[in-house]
Structure formats: C-alpha cells, structure tokens
Design a protein around this ligand. Structure first.
Ligand SMILES: [Fe+2]
Ligand SMILES: [Fe+2]
Length: 272
C-alpha cells in the first residue's frame, strides 16, 4: 500500500498548499491513501466540517486531529457523523468521535488509522500504551488489515520513540505529530515498523510553529495579554512522509520524507 501522511496543516497558507498539491502528489506517487493531520487547519485552532470537506475533495481519505480537536465547537456535533475523522483514542470515555477508523480501499484492502495522545508536558490523558494495546487487539496486522498507521500526538521526543518501539512489528507506521518541526529520523525499526518522531507541520516556516512570529514573541516576552495568536500567512511547506508497505505482512518497505514548497529544502520521493 502506498500512503502519504501530511503533518499538521496550519491555517490558510497550510490549507492552500494541501489543496493545490494533493491532486498532483496523489498521481505522481501513485498513492492508495492520503492521511492529513488537520488539528490546526482553522486559523491554527481546530478544524471545521467545511475544511474537512475541502480536504476530502482534494484527495484526502482520512483526517487526524489532536489536542485541538474541539477548538471549533461546531466539530463537537459533527464528528460522530464523519467516519473518516479521527480524534485521540485515549480521551475520556463518552467523548464524541472515534479514536480508530478502518477504511476499505476500492480494491478491498483495509487500512486502520489510530491516533493517541502522549502525556509528557501534555494534559491528563489515559495511558497511551494501554490504550494502543486495547485497540490493536482488534486489528491484527497482515491478517484482515493490510496496513495500520498510528499518529502519536505528543510533545516529548522520548515518549514518541518509546511508543514507536512499543508498536514495532505490530503496525505499519508510527508517525509523530503536534510539535510542528520535522525530524530527520525517518527509519524502519528492527521489527519492520516505519517510524518518524515528527512529520513537521504543513504551514509557513517563517513563524513560531506556524503562528505569527511577532505575536508569539510578545507572548514569550510579556505577562500582559496581547492580541490573540493567529496563523502565519506566508508560503507554506507541504510536510509529511511517503510510506510503502508490504500488503502480505503489513510492514514498511520504504519510508521517505516529503517536503514541497515554502522555505524548507524540498524532498520528493521518486515514484518507483
Ligand atoms: Fe498541531
Ligand atoms: Fe497538537
């Protein structure tokens, strides 16, 4: 299976680069599936049902979220009705939405996407290790399910790496999100799971993790509340990874970063 996973889309400039590049990337990389982390797509804070529809129309198959999932309150009533929208699995019981989603491709292959929140320097979430064990008991890789992608939404690199090793051999890809800076450690772990600590954001890198740098600086330098933080509006870099899996085992065969446009040095995998 050929999968593209796009890191946290931030604001209008991030959305623009996703909508304009996805159709071409889908064709060029002969993608079977596109996953987009959309937790910051609405001005940096959450995502709206209308933005979800725009992403689907541009070629996204699934959207993951994160700690910002309900920043746009209209999503609370919407999320149960959208079977392709994933929120973290280790939220309080009774939270609307789904922490794992299974989709069937047109050719019959099944893909599962799970998102989990880390706990270090984050809020009070349930144990991500136990939550993932419980989910994976339902989805044995390589049997009925051809590929499993896990979005680790966490702050600490150590916690992300620990979760990567915890899942090694049991899922196709463990991809970190949330910190908005791409890491240079894309690799296939010894057990065959693709791993990257953070996909990086799809947003304007002339910013502080996607937000306007002047306002962000002021927030760091003063205790007096200033203007509300807003997304930076310069040219965005499309940032994510391309993964190719073995359909028989579900494990990773090839994992490469994808960076297009904006300020970061481009990297586009060859189609082969
Ligand atoms: Fe984010
Ligand atoms: Fe986040």
């Amino acid at each position: 299976m050929r999968i593209l996973f796009c890191g946290d889309v931030v604001g209008r400039s991030g959305r623009h680069v996703v909508l304009s590049l996805l159709p071409d990337l889908r064709a060029r990389l002969a993608l079977d599936v596109v996953i987009v982390n959309g937790e910051n797509a609405a001005g940096g804070f959450g995502i709206t049902p209308a933005i979800c529809q725009e992403f689907y129309a541009a070629g996204a198959d699934l959207i993951t979220t994160g700690n910002h999932v309900f920043d746009q309150r209209e999503l609370i009533g919407h999320i149960d009705g959208d079977p392709r929208l994933v929120r973290p699995v280790n939220l309080q019981p009774g939270t609307p939405g789904r922490g794992s989603v299974e989709v069937k491709l047109a050719d019959g292959r099944a893909l599962v996407v799970i998102q989990v929140m880390g706990r270090l320097f984050m809020g009070a979430y349930d144990d991500p290790f136990r939550a993932l064990d419980a989910e994976l008991a339902r989805f044995p890789l390589g049997a009925r399910v051809a590929a499993i992608v896990v979005d680790i939404h966490a702050e600490a690199t150590s916690e992300k790496m620990a979760l990567g090793h915890f899942l090694d051999g049991r899922v196709s890809l463990v991809a970190g999100t949330h910190t908005h800076v791409p890491t240079a450690d894309a690799q296939i772990l010894p057990g065959g799971t693709g791993y990257i600590t953070d996909l990086g954001m799809t947003g304007d890198y002339d910013s502080v993790i996607g937000m306007a740098k002047e306002i962000s600086l002021q927030r760091f330098r003063s205790h007096v509340p200033g203007p509300r933080n807003t997304a930076a509006l310069g040219d965005a870099t499309f940032c994510g990874v391309f993964l190719e899996t073995d359909d028989r085992t579900g494990l990773a065969k090839r994992l490469e970063p994808v960076r297009v446009g904006g300020r970061l040095r481009p990297h586009l995998p060859d189609a082969g």
